[in-house]
Write a protein that binds this ligand. Structure first.
Ligand code: NAD
Length: 415
């Protein structure tokens, strides 16, 4: 069986949609390649007095539709291949929800759980300085991703502003509100996961009430997705993070779990539910699985052990193309990442618009606009999948690729 790298996985998904919609070979070729990838290596003075070199990346995958947009990830497993795949997915996500952006992504190879706040600040400021030539509110706009937060964005914004000689709030999104961050941004990705899931349950005529949910990864996306879905009547019966898995058939109290993670940065000290091996939660008896951790979690070797009828991809790239086929053959509905977790970039766009205009919106306005955009996009993807008899993932790619292809028709290929 072929083993895919994540960038190959992203390209395989584009290929599949490209075939379904008879895209020209020339356009397919353009869509397979990142426009720009920068690798930086920089030294940091650590708290113990020693010096350590760190490697970071920033990839701008495609900017045909506008400035590039995408998060920055801090994780020991970051690779150039992963950053390219994530930037590729950002390109389709922004096009799918019709934002005037191209796709980008960044990352630094490090273990934030083993670094002090002072070390993290130095890494962030130096990484920002190294990728500075790529950044700017009309060029490339970072946001938080795995193990980066609003504080990381504040350091990036301040570093960019200091090096530019003026304050530029629109250069990052996901910043604290006091620096021009948008109301509702912190919860936006999880809120979007809940809205998209609710919309798909509606068209599939499934009740959300008492639906049993498994959530893999209880960080920003997983915890807020759980919170909003339980408010809609569902129950979260299993959760995991990088440390452990917890199972509670009666359903967890999500704010209680969030308070534990807020205090300890981990589910490890939790004394509620039954403790299981971290990955065992994937195979519990339930109706819906929300992977909200990392890529490559649902693969050919474990797809058949998954019992749920529907998967809402909160994380980027949690399902490999082989697993997709296995799940499709079994009739499991996989709602794709570029749709499910697009709430984050949608509200990031609202934040950018607010920062550029200097006019700030009420939270109700942010949430209403988010809801409207997601409901419309869900209907579009569902309709396309029904008309073309294709999976929801391929349908989402078809809508996104059509939008990017349309831009190339007018802009042409330079020179
Ligand atoms: P986060 O750092 O807030 O949380 C990640 C969670 O995953 C943590 O609880 C961590 O302990 C857990 N985790 C890590 N490895 C794990 C493993 N092997 N098994 C189980 N849990 C594991 O990150 P986040 O912002 O919530 O991002 C999660 C996913 O959602 C990523 O794929 C990210 O690219 C995607 N995403 C995030 C946003 C956003 O706005 N934050 C937007 C779109 C997509």
């Amino acid at each position: 069986m072929k083993k895919f790298s994540v960038a190959e996985m992203a390209r395989a998904q584009v290929e599949k949609a490209g075939r379904a919609m008879n895209l020209s070979q020339a356009f397919r070729q353009i869509m397979m390649c990142p426009k720009r990838v920068l690798r930086v290596i920089f030294p940091i003075k650590m708290d113990d007095g020693g010096v350590q070199c760190f490697t970071g990346f920033r990839c701008q995958y495609n900017d045909a539709r506008g400035p590039t947009k995408g998060g920055v990830r801090y994780h020991p497993g970051v690779t150039e291949d992963e950053v390219i795949a994530l930037a590729c997915w950002m390109t389709w996500k922004c096009a799918l929800v019709d934002l005037p952006y191209g796709g980008a992504k960044g990352g630094v190879i490090c273990d934030p759980l083993k670094l002090s706040e002072r070390e993290l600040e130095k890494i962030t400021r130096r990484y920002t300085t190294e990728i500075m030539p790529l950044l700017g509110p009309n060029k490339d706009i970072p946001a938080p991703d795995v193990f980066t937060t609003s504080k990381t964005m504040a350091w990036m914004m301040d570093t960019f502003s200091m090096l530019s000689g003026y304050t530029e709030p629109a250069v990052v999104t996901g910043k604290p509100e006091v620096l021009g961050g948008s109301k509702g941004r912190k919860e936006a990705t999880g809120r979007g996961v809940a809205i998209v899931t609710r919309e798909l349950f509606k068209v599939l005529k499934k009740p959300l009430k008492d639906c049993r949910i498994i959530i893999q990864g209880f960080g920003n996306v997983g915890s807020y997705a759980g919170l909003f879905l339980t408010q809609m009547g569902a129950k979260v019966v299993a959760v995991s993070d990088a440390s452990i898995g917890l199972v509670e058939p009666k359903g967890f109290d999500i704010p209680e779990l969030m308070a534990i993670v807020e205090k300890h940065k981990s589910l490890e000290p939790a004394t509620i539910g039954k403790r299981v091996e971290r990955d065992e939660i994937l195979y519990q008896d339930a109706d819906l699985l929300i992977p909200a951790a990392l890529e490559n979690q649902i693969r050919a070797d474990n797809a058949n052990r998954i019992k749920v009828a529907m998967i809402s991809e909160g994380a980027n790239g949690p399902t490999t193309p082989e697993a997709d086929e296995i799940l499709e053959a079994r009739g499991v509905h996989v709602v794709p990442d570029i749709l499910v977790n697009s709430g984050g970039v949608i509200v990031s766009h609202f934040e950018w618009v607010q920062a550029l205009s200097g006019m700030y919106w009420e939270e109700s306005e942010v949430n209403e606009r988010l809801e409207k955009k997601l409901v419309r996009t869900c209907a579009e993807v569902w309709k396309r999948s029904q008309e073309m008899k294709i999976s929801l993932r391929t349908a989402a790619y078809v809508v996104a690729l059509e939008r990017v292809n349309e831009v190339y028709k007018y802009r042409g290929i330079f020179p």
